[in-house]
Design a protein around this ligand. Structure first.
Ligand SMILES: [Zn+2]
Length: 422
């Protein structure tokens, strides 16, 4: 990378903004720090000589070239630092060839690399056959309001990538459906609650039991008793991969069943997949179904489930199965599935940039998670985590080696140059 030193200066400046979502202030919808990072990024682009658009501080755009459009989208907001760092998370620290800082990989570093690659294209004198539109998101981590805002102001390109996933690239992301099941109040158990988010396997659930719990039976299910309070502890995991976690609701419901409550169908249908939702499967994987939130109000008990559906399966296919449960529910589609032709020109172009730099023979992947690639009709998540390397994203000591920074830059550069010539 020719301008590596300048790149590191700009990256350090971006990392120094604590761009965790904050309270709205005046014209800064996500707070001062996010605003600061966006302003800085747009200044860098203007310094390079690009035309820019500021979408009222919800997001930015950098434009270059003429022709059919290619989108690139990443984000400058970050998740909170959390504890356990060896260095100041908001100061780019380079030690033994490793760069540390919140956002070096997710996603300030990769987004800045794409800008630098576009700049190299601009300075090369090649007239691109395409119009590149680089979108600078500010609210990816907490709600995608930036993307909704952009979509309300402009039509996004059909083809594009997001440098906010893994290499080689993902050509498919499962659709996301949310199911809310309702069951009546139980006879002897009250105040049921559990889970932290609809996209995270429930790691903690609790309730109370009239007259205190039956310690012996409760302990059989690993429950913890404290007077009338019954607690269940599981293991969290992303809602798209429930098999990696342990759902805390299940032992609780097994205990209810043993104590004579009518919850057999909840256990069989929602947790044990009696009707075979997971049999809906293709090369992108299975439909997954994860009961992640538990709550109780005056109408009864609500269990909210995260469902990931690989195209061409649809929410309707899953609903046809859920209709057999005999448990009242409502369902809606949170995100439609994303599917880009695996052998098509777009995937080919990105993949050959990756393979030519790494010398690998990487193939397109699919994922259950959700990235900004969904901004585009044909969107791919493309980098920048390399296979087998843990960048500690959303964790303490988020990192990337200088070597891998050079390597991922070269991949983005080759991809952008190749797209410019198509
Ligand atoms: Zn990200």
């Amino acid at each position: 990378m020719r301008e590596f030193n300048q790149f590191k200066k700009d990256l350090a400046a971006l990392i120094s903004f604590r761009s965790v979502r904050g309270e709205r202030e005046d014209n800064m919808p996500f707070g001062k720090e996010v605003y600061g990072a966006l302003s800085y990024f747009l200044e860098v682009a203007e310094r390079m000589g690009f035309n820019t658009i500021n979408y009222d501080n919800y997001a930015g755009e950098i434009i270059f070239g003429e022709g059919d459009e290619i989108g690139i989208i990443g984000h400058l907001d970050v998740v909170p630092a959390g504890g356990g760092w060896d260095h100041d998370p908001f100061e780019l620290t380079i030690k033994d060839g490793i760069c540390y800082g919140r956002g070096v990989q997710d996603d300030k570093g990769p987004l800045l690399q794409c800008l630098y690659a576009l700049n190299e294209l601009k300075n090369s004198g090649i007239a691109p056959k395409r119009k590149f539109r680089l979108f600078v998101g500010c609210n990816e981590e907490t709600g995608w309001e930036d993307l909704s805002y952009i979509q309300s102001k402009t039509v996004l390109p059909e083809y594009g990538f997001s440098p906010d996933g893994n290499f080689p690239l993902s050509y498919a992301e499962k659709g996301i459906g949310i199911f809310e099941f309702r069951i009546p109040h139980l006879k002897n158990f009250h105040s049921l609650s559990g889970g932290s988010a609809v996209n995270a396997v429930c790691a903690y659930a609790k309730c109370t039991e009239d007259g205190g719990a039956d310690r012996e039976t409760a302990e059989k299910y690993g429950l913890r008793i404290d007077g009338e309070l019954i607690e269940s502890f599981g293991v969290a995991a992303h809602g798209s991969s429930p098999h990696l976690g342990k759902n805390a609701m299940l032992p609780l419901f097994k205990y209810f069943a043993e104590k004579g409550e009518n919850v057999g169908s909840v256990i069989e249908c929602l947790f044990e997949d009696r009707y075979g939702i997971s049999k809906l499967e293709n090369e992108q994987g299975k439909v997954t179904f994860s009961p992640d939130l538990l709550s109780e109000d005056k109408e009864g008990i609500k269990i909210t489930c995260d469902c990931r559906i690989p195209a061409p399966f649809t929410l309707e296919d899953v609903k046809r199965i859920a209709d057999k449960f005999g448990i009242p529910y409502t369902a809606f589609e949170k995100h439609p599935p994303l599917l880009v032709e695996k052998e098509g020109w777009f995937v080919e172009t990105l993949l050959s940039a990756y393979n030519s730099v790494t010398g690998e023979n990487g193939v397109p992947q699919s994922m259950g998670g959700s990235t900004f690639a969904r901004a585009f009709k044909y969107g791919c998540a493309f980098g920048c985590e390399f296979p087998g390397i843990d960048a500690h994203i959303h964790d303490a000591n988020e990192r990337v080696s200088e070597d891998n920074l050079e390597k991922s830059y070269e991949i983005y550069r080759r991809a952008i140059f190749a797209l410019a010539e198509k």
